[in-house]
Design a protein around this ligand. Structure first.
Ligand code: NDP
Ligand code: 8X3
Length: 252
């Protein structure tokens, strides 16, 4: 094992596929998420290939995030890449119909959670220095408005600008920062967004060709393993069968 990657939201979708992709290349894994059973399954699957450390973690809990990072045993305490992937969308309906709690949950997870993890892991990445990476999972929704995007899109706009601003501060440290902004990808994302509506999730993906979790994992791996003198600032990726929509116009 040469390097360690720390992945949030490794229990599903992009995070789980990314764990598998880095394991293929021999990286040690620190895998976190709230669902302990999923983490245990992934550890069983991958530990024959590479060292795996799992930790049940809610990224919204800053104290727990710091405690996890402080308690990492060797060799997991030398981190080469942080994949800030944990996140979610809720409430696809119009802003005026959304419960305030859903907005708070997105802000607490996608913004506060990402900041909590970045702050706790950054000292370890600075120790690694040249070639270390922070890869933040933003979204096309952080760049392009759409109906029902409200706080989700705004939270991903935060991820983009936080990534760019981190770049400025870290420019002399060797630590790279990237905002990866996927478009439509089939994971548990829509199941979560619709609070468990499997039919709605299936309907969204079944009549087109969405990105897969593996597509995004490949891009994350590519960014993290580029030569140390290259920083991809932002990578926006859509399926070929997705593009931008028209402006919203109110008509009589
Ligand atoms: P999934 O729902 O499949 O995975 C989301 C992951 O985030 C899960 O592992 C979940 O783990 C974790 N997570 C959610 N809340 C928390 C929390 N409070 N603490 C810790 N972990 C948490 O969706 P995706 O893989 O699609 O989503 C991954 C990221 O990609 C998200 O940030 C999402 O916004 C973004 N994205 C997704 C797109 C898509 O179309 N699928 C497109 C663009 C961006 P657990 O529930 O076990 O905690
Ligand atoms: C999620 C992708 O296309 O639903 O970040 O906004 S999309």
């Amino acid at each position: 094992m040469t390097q360690v990657v720390f992945i949030t939201g490794a229990t599903s979708g992009f995070g789980r596929a990314t764990a598998r992709r880095f394991a293929e290349a021999g990286w040690g894994l620190v895998l976190s998420g709230r669902r302990q059973e999923r983490l245990e399954e992934l550890k069983v699957e991958l530990e024959a290939k590479v060292p795996v450390h799992i930790a049940t973690l809610d990224v919204r809990d800053a104290t727990a995030v710091q405690a996890l990072v402080d308690s990492l045993p060797a060799p997991f305490d030398k981190i080469h890449a942080l994949i800030n992937n944990a996140g979610l969308a809720l409430a696809p309906e119009a802003a005026q119909k959304v419960a305030l709690q859903d907005w708070h949950t997105m802000i607490d997870t996608n913004i506060t959670g990402l900041v909590n993890v970045t702050h706790a892991v950054l000292p370890k990445l600075l120790e690694t220095g040249k070639g270390a990476s922070i890869i933040n999972i933003g979204s096309v929704a952080g760049e392009w408005p759409y109906p029902g995007g409200h706080v989700y899109g705004a939270s991903k706009a935060f991820v983009k600008q936080f990534s760019f601003n981190l770049r400025c501060d870290l420019v002399s440290t060797g630590v790279r920062v990237t905002d990866i902004a996927p478009g439509m990808a089939e994971t548990e994302f829509t199941l979560v967004r619709t609070k468990g509506n499997q039919a709605a999730s299936d309907a969204l993906y079944s009549t087109t060709t969405p990105l897969s979790a593996e597509d995004i994992a490949e891009q994350i791996f590519y960014v993290a393993t580029l030569p140390a003198h290259i920083n991809i600032n932002r990578l926006e990726i859509m399926p070929s069968r997705q593009a931008w929509g028209p402006f919203a116009v109110d008509r009589d």
